[in-house]
Design a protein around this ligand. Structure first.
Ligand code: GDP
Ligand code: GDP
Length: 466
């Protein structure tokens, strides 16, 4: 039995669009005819290396009256009951409507695992709007754009524990921890939390992507890392068509190297990787935990390099920057200085990105690079206790009080980490919406320094307390 996922929510929030994206049907079966009703639809969904059954409850949208309402409720109930986990979708742009609340009640009553999806959350405005979903009492909303395909990596992360559970792969204890993270229905003060929760979870597969412009040396690097005789875990081993994975391990850490188009046609990695298109790069990033961005040391930080770097940060992946072909650089001191300066200047949102110099050809520096990969993976998984966070909060807010808004000071009351991968914190404040970006940056910078979180994206979601 494969994992079964239901998509529920009021009409028009994007359930069909999400369904179609997951089953990879570009042509939406969105029907404009009023009064059209459809039964639940089932499809085989693919997300990275996950395959699952998805149930769409869309199709009862038009002309909702009392009798239809009853049917809708029934459909939703049936779908939730048939599924291992439910995706409750709302429209981040439209905000929370009474009908969303109605659906949320049905979902809450079912007492089954649920992931709250803030759809149509493309762009900055969408991300801000997604916050509203907290009020549904279904946990932290996961921002997504079904139409643009954004946020699918986060959805993958949220679903993966359920798939593992289904596959019986993970130990019960590990899973409970993971499941609790994605299904926590309430963010109430975890008052009883002790100070000793910082051990990272025992990592399973570290999913690693190696990306960069053509000719920077990615194939050479992969071959050097894997050695010549490594066989691919190819499509015949059940890998979905859009993602190719090579399982290998480095010093005892299981690693899944994610590649997309590149390795598809070859049975051995000794052959040259095909050029990755922008879309392939994006996909590799979405399914990776850690992304190594490879630059050519002779030709560093082109615009395209920075675009990829920003994409990695936006997707919330841990980033490592590697200047390859270091053997061919003459003035190494000048080159490293130039590289550091440019990264500092162009990627201010992510201080402390590890920057390494390697030669894939001579294999020099590759061990150090892999060590950095493991370190940043640990950082990306780090959990900071609520007690420590709130001690920190009272210090930083005392040092630099939040600004006045309309003559009254914003009161920041409480902070807790709601998610890892990447570290994500909920900050409870009065007038949360008015907190200026500069103060937000101040908090992120301090969090990064004090809790030693270099190189990983850090997210803070604001929650209003008034
Ligand atoms: P359903 O009734 O919940 O199945 O919703 P549909 O999938 O039919 O989508 C309703 C409308 O929202 C359609 O016009 C979609 O094109 C649009 N839509 C769906 N997903 C997104 C998204 O991620 N962003 C934006 N801006 N629009 C979306
Ligand atoms: P890809 O397109 O990113 O996969 O790049 P390739 O691995 O095919 O490498 C492109 C070219 O750079 C090839 O001619 C490689 O031999 C060369 N190359 C790769 N790594 C190194 C390196 O560390 N030093 C030098 N000098 N050349 C390299």
């Amino acid at each position: 039995m494969s994992l079964t996922v239901a998509i529920v929510g009021r009409p028009n929030v994007g359930k069909s669009t999400l369904f179609n994206r997951l089953i990879r049907k570009r042509l939406a079966i969105v029907d404009d005819t009023p009064g059209v009703t459809r039964d639940r639809r089932y499809g085989e969904a693919h997300l990275g290396d996950l395959t699952f059954t998805v149930i769409d409850t869309a199709g009862l949208e038009e002309g909702i009256d009392d009798s239809l309402e009853g049917r809708m409720r029934q459909q939703t109930h049936a779908a939730i009951a048939a599924a291992d986990v439910t995706l409750m979708v709302f429209d981040a742009r439209a905000g929370i409507t009474p009908m969303d609340e109605h659906f949320a009640r049905i979902v809450r009553k079912a007492k089954r695992p649920v992931i709250l999806i803030a759809n149509k959350a493309e762009g900055r405005a969408g991300l801000d709007a997604a916050r509203e979903g907290f009020s549904l009492g279904l946990g932290t909303p996961l921002p997504l754009s079904a139409e643009h395909g954004e946020g699918l990596g986060d959805l993958y992360d949220a679903l993966e524990p359920f798939a593992l559970k289904k596959a019986g792969e993970a130990s019960a204890a590990q899973l409970d921890a993971d499941l609790e993270e994605v299904t926590s229905l309430d963010l109430d003060e975890d008052a009883g939390e002790e100070d000793v929760v910082e051990a990272p979870p025992a990592p399973k597969h570290l999913q690693l992507a190696i990306v960069g412009r053509p000719n920077v040396g990615k194939s050479t690097m992969v071959n050097a890392l894997l050695g010549e005789d490594r066989l691919l875990t190819g499509p015949e081993a059940g890998i979905t068509r859009d993602s190719i994975a090579i399982d290998w391990s480095w010093q005892g850490q299981a690693i899944r190297l994610i590649d997309t188009a590149g390795l598809r046609r070859h049975s051995r990695v000794t052959e040259k990787l095909e050029r990755l298109s922008g879309a392939d790069t994006r996909r590799a990033i979405q399914y990776a935990h850690v992304v190594v961005l490879v630059l050519d040391a002779n030709d560093m930080l082109e615009k395209q390099d920075l675009t990829i770097a920003r994409q990695i940060v936006e997707e919330g992946r841990a980033l490592i920057i590697v200047a390859n072909k270091w053997d061919a650089v003459e003035d190494k001191n000048a080159a490293i200085k130039k590289l550091n300066d440019r990264i500092d200047w162009s990627l201010p949102q992510i201080k402390g990105v590890p920057i390494l110099t390697v030669s894939a050809m001579t294999e020099r520096g590759l061990d150090k690079m892999m060590k950095a990969v493991l370190d940043i993976y640990e950082t990306w998984n780090r959990r900071v206790s609520t007690a420590k966070l709130n001690r920190w909060l009272s210090e930083v807010t005392a040092m630099h009080p939040p600004p006045l808004v309309a003559g009254r000071r914003i009161k920041i009351r409480y902070i807790t980490q709601i998610k890892t991968r990447p570290p994500t914190f909920a900050l409870f404040a009065s007038k949360a919406d008015d907190l200026p970006d500069s103060y937000h940056r101040y908090l992120v910078k301090s969090l990064r320094d004090v809790f030693d979180l270099p190189g990983t994206p850090i997210r803070i979601v604001m929650r209003r307390t008034d």
